[in-house]
Write a protein of this length. Structure first.
Lengths: 292, 233
């Protein structure tokens, strides 16, 4: 029973980490209709900024906020400088550019911060919680991760569904020309979409790093699962990203806990194939098909 | 209301408009007619700032707007319903309409109600994705969305395209009502010259980017030679 509980809890936390990354992908998809492959190394850069500050003796939470703000600026700068020149061209051009950025940012992180493993302190306690006289596999840090992801999801849902700004961002992403004719400042909306997505990406970087070891490739293992989670959820929907992340997190945790860790990648692929076969647009897709 | 003088525009080496001059009077429906490739759509796109004029001027209510970017036009009182309508299918009917009103700041529910009362078929399905609408309903939606910005001048690109004649009549009657009751001015681009002249006050015929006729709608409709040569009916 304890093993079952702990496996489930590990799945929950893992799923929330996938969800954090998937949320950033959903945000950029909803606001600009492209996928940002450079999201992980962008988050690595901002996480290192926080780590350097913490190692320098600054407060954990000051470093946390600075990293998020750096993400905001980095996202906006990338959109303005790199993506803007190919806007209005086929979407694939921008996507390929983000692949290029992946390499550039990853190398930059290696050059600036080195490839040595460094310890990132946890947000809160890392001792397992005690229930009666047994200790279960979830920590206060994990609760922070879960809370932060759910809060981000709620904010994104509210942004897109209930605010004028969210409406303008969706319009700009769907049809730039029509949005312009309706008075939407399309360029500003795209920059904002990138900036906000980079903040969420940075948040995922910080949550993943928390209490673990960090090196420039520390997010690589999350990237693939984060993408799968986002696609399972339908790419459109913040709730879908979290559900996709949890589905994947639980499955992988139980597979590795009860069957064998070597099957994890295969099971992830299997889930993706099943979802795309029976719900080609993802679990939370809108009525019409998605064009990728 | 709208005064265009000697407007020239093109795409690289291709000139689409050659020195076009015309006026759209206040409180009138002005129809711009002509075959495919006559430059009608380019004319509207250049007026609304989606396409850059090479030379010439566009004036809206006395103010020169030739170089004003498209996203500033709704606030100046000009709404452009583009070719192919431009319904944002992912958004609901309500969201599409709200979007139209945002150019004027916050959207009031009375304004939405006014549009819904003009287009009852939309009212029944406020929160349904616009992807589910028929062609006629989409045309109603984009006109309603443009009206949400409370324009003084409405630019319409081929509203009759792909619609049943009965629906076209319905939409043109509605436009006529808006013009008569609220003093809206309309600049309408149409290939369907017969329908357009039946609703318009004034007509302009474009051929290969040049104005070849500019007269009252009744006079144009009665001119057999012109009709056969340029209007195809």
């Amino acid at each position: 029973m304890l093993q079952f509980t702990n496996t489930a809890l590990a799945g929950l936390v893992l799923g929330m980490i996938f969800a954090a990354f998937a949320l950033a992908l959903v945000l950029i998809w909803r606001s600009t209709r492209i996928l940002n492959f450079a999201q992980a190394p962008m988050a690595v850069l901002t996480t290192y900024i926080a780590l350097v500050m913490i190692e320098d003796g600054q407060s954990y939470w000051l470093a946390f906020v600075v990293a998020l703000l750096c993400g905001l600026v980095l996202g906006a700068v990338v959109e303005r400088v790199v993506i803007r020149p190919v806007e209005g061209k086929p979407d694939i051009n921008a996507v390929i550019l983000t692949l290029g950025l992946f390499i550039v940012f990853k190398s930059a992180a290696e050059v600036i911060f080195g490839t040595k493993l460094r310890t990132y302190p946890p947000s809160f306690g890392v001792r397992g919680l005690s229930v009666g006289d047994t200790t279960i596999g979830i920590t206060t840090s994990d609760f922070f991760t879960i809370g932060a992801v759910l809060a981000t999801m709620a904010v994104l849902v509210a942004l897109f569904r209930f605010t004028d700004l969210g409406l303008k961002m969706r319009a700009a992403a769907n049809n730039q020309e029509v949005a312009k004719l309706l008075g939407v400042k399309v360029g500003a909306m795209l920059t904002l979409g990138w900036a906000l997505a980079a903040v969420v990406g940075s948040l995922s970087g910080l949550l993943i790093a928390s209490g673990g070891l960090v090196q420039p490739s520390y997010m690589d293992s999350i990237v693939v699962f984060g993408f799968i989670a986002a696609v399972i959820g339908g790419l459109e929907s913040p709730v879908g990203a979290v559900v996709g992340g949890l589905l994947l997190g639980f499955s992988l945790s139980f597979v590795s806990g009860y069957i064998g860790a070597q099957l994890v990648a295969l099971v992830a692929l299997g889930i993706l194939m099943l979802v795309l076969t029976f719900r080609p647009g993802g679990l939370f897709a809108a009525t019409q098909g998605r064009r990728v | 209301m709208l005064k265009i003088s000697d407007l020239t525009a093109g795409y690289g080496p291709i000139t689409a408009l050659r020195g076009v001059s015309l006026t759209a009077e206040e409180g009138r429906i002005t129809a711009v007619l002509g075959a495919n490739g006559a430059g009608k759509t380019t004319l509207l796109r250049t007026i609304s700032g989606l396409h850059r004029a090479e030379s010439g001027t566009v004036e809206l209510a006395g103010q020169t707007i030739t170089r004003v970017p498209a996203d500033k036009m709704p606030a100046l009182g000009m709404s452009h319903v583009p070719e192919g309508r431009g319904v944002i299918t992912e958004l609901t009917i309500d969201e599409n309409l709200r979007l139209g009103g945002l150019a004027r700041g916050r959207v009031k529910s009375e304004e939405l109600d006014r549009i819904y009362s003009l287009f009852p078929p939309l009212d029944e399905r406020r929160h349904v994705p616009a992807a589910t609408l028929s062609g006629g309903e989409r045309q109603m939606l984009v006109i309603g969305r443009a009206l949400m910005a409370r324009p003084t001048l409405l630019l319409l690109d081929e509203p009759s395209l792909g619609l049943a004649p009965r629906i076209v009549t319905q939409i043109f009657e509605l436009l006529r009502g808006l013009v008569n009751d609220e003093g809206l001015s309309v600049l309408l681009v149409e290939q369907n010259a017969r329908s357009a002249l039946s609703v318009a006050d004034h007509g302009i015929v474009l051929n290969l980017g040049q104005v070849v006729a500019d007269d009252s709608a009744a006079t144009l409709a009665a001119d057999d030679g012109l009709r056969h040569a340029y209007l195809g009916f």
